[in-house]
Ligand binder design. Structure first.
Ligand code: PMP
Length: 365
């Protein structure tokens, strides 16, 4: 197997690229991938185990290809959370919302098509665009990282992309868009608009799901169980849209993409939604404390509607990232000059992080 990557007949547009991924380091305080820091409660673990046990008896058979029971449960959760009546026909699920986003680009993007995103934003959007050969057209946010809605609407009218990605709350900056602003942008866009709501449960703003009744002919709202639901390891993302969008996604999904174990575990986890989501209020309170204490320590902090905080301004962000790591705290260098992102953890983790932040401020700002 004496072959190097360079020698493989790789697609030209993949040559020289590095895979996406934050460092997975074994350090005492890990605040770098925006997960829920609370492990699932014992009752949930027991229920997932029992569900997996039951599913295991049927592992010689393919799973429900359409994941109907899981999609029905997700629709019930989302209807309850947003006050919008949704059924299984409105909901699609896949292995994490990254797979949902990839399926959307496979359906509505692709060679000869374009997608616009307002940067800095979630860096997988352009990577998935590249993988599906969708031309990525980055558009700017304001210097404070908020979206200038009038300017953004003008960009959408002028560039007329096939797809638009709006992340609300936005990773890695934390700000969200109001449904009234989203409506202006959906009206301005000629194609499909994806609102990526991976962090919706942490936000004060109503969900874009409320716009489906009026804008469902071109709006798709993507969600995940990876963040507030504390199910990142289970890999379950989903979306809400018009039933026709769900029909379109079935044209590109791989058959049986959601394993029987994933479907069973996600359904068991959803039965404990109240307990899991109980941590959200606590995390929002901790987020506000982290924002306040970072500001008091002398940092410039971007207001956050999510479970992470972007802060700076460091002279040299990669060096500052290393200074945190050397003190046992792993945070994220998202590539924005002079800024780093920290995920909100447990109160103890946040204390440890804030303590280090006070030490680091004098050396690194
Ligand atoms: N969208 C956004 C904005 C994210 O930050 C993430 C995770 N970092 C995802 C989607 C994908 O998450 P997952 O595939 O775990 O659902």
């Amino acid at each position: 197997m004496n072959v190097t990557l360079d020698q493989l007949p790789l697609r030209d547009d993949l040559r020289g690229k590095t895979p996406y991924g934050a460092p997975q380091l074994d350090v005492p305080v890990r605040l770098n991938t925006n997960e829920n820091p609370y492990p699932p409660p014992p009752e949930l673990v027991a229920d997932v185990t029992a569900a997996a046990h039951e599913a295991a008896a049927d592992l010689h058979r393919y799973p429900d290809r359409d994941a109907l029971a899981l999609r029905t449960d997700l629709a019930a959760y989302l209807s309850g959370a947003t006050d919008v009546e949704l059924t299984c026909a409105n909901v699609w699920a896949a292995n994490g919302s990254n797979e949902v986003l990839q399926q959307i680009m496979q359906c509505f993007g692709g060679p000869g098509r374009t997608a616009v995103g307002f940067e800095p934003s979630y860096s997988m959007h352009p990577i998935i665009a590249a993988g599906t050969r969708t031309e990525w057209l980055p558009a700017p946010r304001r210097p404070d990282f908020s979206v200038d809605v009038a300017a953004a609407a003008a960009v959408l009218k002028e560039r007329a992309p096939d797809l638009v990605f709006l992340t609300s709350p936005n990773n890695p900056t934390g700000q969200s868009l109001d449904p009234s602003e989203l409506a202006v942008l959906v009206d301005a866009a000629p194609g499909i608009v994806v609102v990526d709501e991976a962090y919706a449960e942490f936000s004060d703003r109503p969900s874009a799901v409320g716009l489906l009744a009026t804008h469902g002919h071109k709006l798709v709202v993507s969600r995940t169980m990876s963040k507030a639901f504390a199910f990142a390891g289970g890999r379950l993302g989903y979306l809400a849209a018009a039933p026709a969008v769900v029909d379109a996604l079935q044209l590109v999904r791989l058959p049986y993409h959601l394993s029987a174990l994933t479907q069973a575990a996600a359904r068991a986890s959803l039965r404990h939604a109240d307990a899991t989501l109980g941590s959200v209020a606590l995390l929002r309170g901790e987020r506000d404390r982290v924002v306040d204490e970072l500001a008091s320590a002398g940092y410039d902090v971007v207001p956050s509607d999510a479970n992470f905080v972007l802060f700076g301004r460091f002279t040299d962000a990669p060096r500052a990232w290393r200074a945190f790591l050397d003190r046992g705290v792993l945070i994220r260098d998202v590539g924005i000059p002079h800024r780093l992102r920290v995920t909100v953890g447990t109160p103890e983790e946040n204390d440890a992080f804030l303590q280090v932040a006070v030490d680091v401020v004098t050396e690194e700002l």
